[in-house]
Design a protein around this ligand. Structure first.
Ligand code: PBG
Length: 336
């Protein structure tokens, strides 16, 4: 004898077909951006121990990997150069060196794959011997804002000259979006977009990334420029300012523990939003899967679809290739 239950939402979940009709969020390979760690030289592919399945690549090897990536439907990559310690200094001057292999690599990648969207992260931390994202004041130990912004403006031009599609300032300096936009426009690069890391938190989840680049901090912390994880209003303000300064895409980072921020910003702007599933988020899921605690495919897919549900238009993820392959296989990882 059925009970007198008037509302039965389970009816909308009763079969695969009905669940599909009710599906609100979709994840496509073209929503994903694959971040790559780039080495100087040739014939190199080095595993990163704290990020199972992720490698550092020399450009020649990366071209083969990009070819495979494109077959999965992913159309966008982000590049992080791994700089030899002998080329690092306290100013990050190698970032503006015309011999820097990053610029040559971008030219090669764009020559081989003109339709690929290539995004260049712009912070100075790969280049500084102290690991900070800008120039340090030798006395106070603080990162100098305007001096750093000036360097970022030069760097944006060099990236644009090399053929980058989108520059992505990840340093959290004040006013950098406006300055970069004006530098690009003055030199005729009006078509180069800015994906601003607008709400970038001072997170402990970046640690494996710093292993990958050898960019661990030699002193201090990043709380003087990255946002305090205890705050949300600051993140909303940063997004608003970056929009006013001319950003084309706003980014929230990390993603998984910051979905409230993503959702809030989604309701306040018409700009597309990117979310960065960072190295620590990737490492946790993968190491749990290696231990047999989680199903890797399902956990990675779920982690990304939840980021989309919260409001991301696009997601930067080290799992991009694997999840895109899964989506392409036609299987629904959440219907097992
Ligand atoms: C550089 C930068 C960082 C990440 C992306 N760009 C590290 C940091 O700010 O310390 C982290 C990405 C990741 O953890 O995957 N500013």
């Amino acid at each position: 004898m059925p009970l007198n239950i008037l509302k039965r939402p389970r009816r909308n979940r009763k079969s695969l077909a009905i669940r599909a009709l009710n599906q609100e969020t979709f994840l496509a390979p073209s929503d994903l951006i694959f971040p790559f760690f780039l080495l100087e030289g040739s014939n190199k592919k080095e595993p990163i121990l704290s990020m199972p399945g992720v490698h550092r690549w020399s450009c020649d090897m990366l071209l083969f990997e990009i070819e495979e990536l494109l077959e999965t439907g992913v159309q966008s990559v982000m590049l992080f150069p791994v700089i030899d310690f002998s080329n690092k200094d306290s100013f990050g001057s190698y970032s503006l060196n015309h011999h820097n292999f990053l610029y040559k690599s971008i030219r090669n990648i764009k020559k081989s794959f003109p339709d690929l969207c290539v995004i260049g992260d712009m912070a100075l931390d790969p280049y500084t011997d102290h690991g900070h994202d800008g120039i340090l004041d030798p006395v106070s130990g603080e990162v100098l804002n305007d001096e750093t912004v000036y360097v970022l403006g030069q760097k944006a031009l060099m990236l644009a000259e090399a053929g980058i599609d989108i520059v992505a300032p990840s340093d959290m300096m004040d006013g950098r979006v406006q300055y970069i936009r004006s530098k690009l426009d003055q030199s005729g690069f009006t078509f180069v977009s800015i994906m601003s890391y607008s709400a970038k938190y001072a997170s402990s989840f970046y640690s494996p990334f710093r292993d990958a680049l050898g960019s661990h901090l030699s002193q201090g912390h990043k709380l003087g420029y990255q946002i305090n994880p205890k705050n949300s209003l600051e993140a909303i303000l940063e997004c608003k300012l970056d929009e006013e300064e001319g950003a084309d895409i706003l980014m929230i980072k990390p993603a998984g523990y910051y979905l409230d921020i993503l959702k809030e910003v989604r309701s306040r702007t018409q700009l597309p939003l990117a979310a960065y599933q960072v190295s620590g988020e990737y490492a946790m899921l993968n190491i749990a899967a290696q231990q047999g605690i989680l199903n890797r495919d399902r956990a990675l897919y779920e982690s990304l679809i939840c980021i989309k549900r919260a409001g991301a238009s696009m997601i930067v993820s080290y799992a991009a290739k694997d999840v895109a392959t899964l989506i392409r296989s036609g299987e629904n990882p959440l219907e097992w």
